[in-house]
Ligand binder design. Structure first.
Ligand code: APR
Length: 313
């Protein structure tokens, strides 16, 4: 028996719950939202696809009732306001910080042993806030951004190479922001062949640039931030924890000296199992990548400083 709660039954939260049900690795999913009836309605709608998709997961929805979330193994937090066109993730901080810290407190009062997954933006800063405000051990607070950015990276690579995304490996580390993420093009490969041996420099640079504005491109098209890929990426992260898969996935993790950084939550490859983050993996970065990582950490720290100014951590 396993139980996952998703806070926020909006675009990302509901899509994540739906993806998890389809993946069939969790017995129970609770969706919680503050908007009266929305979580209940979406849960009921999803349950009415159980026969069609042949899944057994029980999905229920509640309005702000944390008692229903009791005993969750993993809690995914998507509550907050999404990024509007032209708005940076950083501008969201004021609103979403208040929401995330109160949600974490409520969640832990009913699920004291849960692993917390943060999707709300600005994600790196919200992860840091959740960790610091809860006092939880660092393995139990994880931000989801790198899995999504890496999936977007492989999507653009697959188009450029004209090969299926499932045959391409590509990882994005660093902050989950347009200017802070680092698509590791040097290490990306098509079944072992470096993509830099396949693509000309101009095309490879364009793939990196497109990946970095991947979220903003969708926000411009949709009028709000995306949900299919963010929801699916959240589901993949939760699956590795619930199934104790020990997958190595890029996630936002608290660093204590790894990659030369301390007291920051930022995207790095980690091993995910039943305890949450079981290991931070240190890749051999070249000089340029190290410099980009340092710059990225600096930008994340700058956003985090807003939390200090607001006396939230
Ligand atoms: N408790 C529970 N739910 C809340 C709270 C709260 N305190 N505050 C807001 N919500 C709910 C809203 O009612 C809404 O249904 O969170 C949901 C957010 O859903 P959307 O507005 O559809 O936003 P979404 O696109 O899902 O994005 C959520 O994920 O990717 C990030 O940038 C994105 O921070 C944003 C988050």
């Amino acid at each position: 028996m396993s139980k996952v709660t998703v806070i926020g039954a909006g675009n990302v939260g509901a899509t994540c719950a739906n993806a998890m049900a389809h993946m069939q690795f969790v017995s129970e999913i609770v969706l919680l939202d503050i908007k009266e009836g929305v979580a209940e309605g979406k849960a009921l709608d999803m349950m009415q696809t159980a026969k069609l998709y042949q899944f057994n997961t029980r999905i229920t929805g509640v309005t702000d009732n944390y008692e229903a979330t009791a005993g969750s193994d993993v809690v995914v937090i998507t509550s907050g306001i999404p990024r509007k066109p032209g708005m940076t993730r950083e501008e969201l901080i004021g609103v979403n910080a208040g929401i995330v810290s109160s949600v974490v407190k409520n969640v832990l009062s009913f699920s004291p042993d849960a692993v917390i997954v943060i999707i709300s933006n600005p994600m790196d800063t919200m992860t840091y806030l959740a960790l610091k405000s809860s006092g939880l051990p660092k393995n139990r607070v994880i931000g989801m951004g790198g899995i999504l950015d890496s999936s977007r990276f492989t999507c653009y690579l697959s188009k450029a190479i004209n090969a299926p995304a499932c045959d391409i490996e590509g990882m994005v580390i660093g902050g989950h922001g347009d200017t802070t993420m680092i698509p590791l093009i040097r290490l990306a490969n098509y079944r072992g062949t470096p993509v830099c041996d396949i693509l000309d420099k101009e095309t490879a640079d364009k793939v990196v640039a497109d990946t970095m504005v991947g979220g903003a491109t969708l926000t411009k098209l949709l009028g709000t931030s995306a949900w299919y890929a963010p929801g699916a990426a959240g589901a993949i992260l939760v699956k590795s924890i619930i199934m104790d898969e020990k997958r190595m996935l890029p996630c936002c993790a608290y660093l204590e000296g790894e990659y030369g950084q301390k007291d920051i939550c930022i995207g790095v490859p980690v091993v995910l199992g039943k305890n949450g983050i079981e290991k931070v993996v240190e890749l051999e970065l070249d000089r340029n990548e190290k410099a980009l990582f340092e710059k990225s950490a600096e930008a994340v720290r700058k956003t985090n400083s807003v939390l200090h100014d607001m006396k939230l951590v």
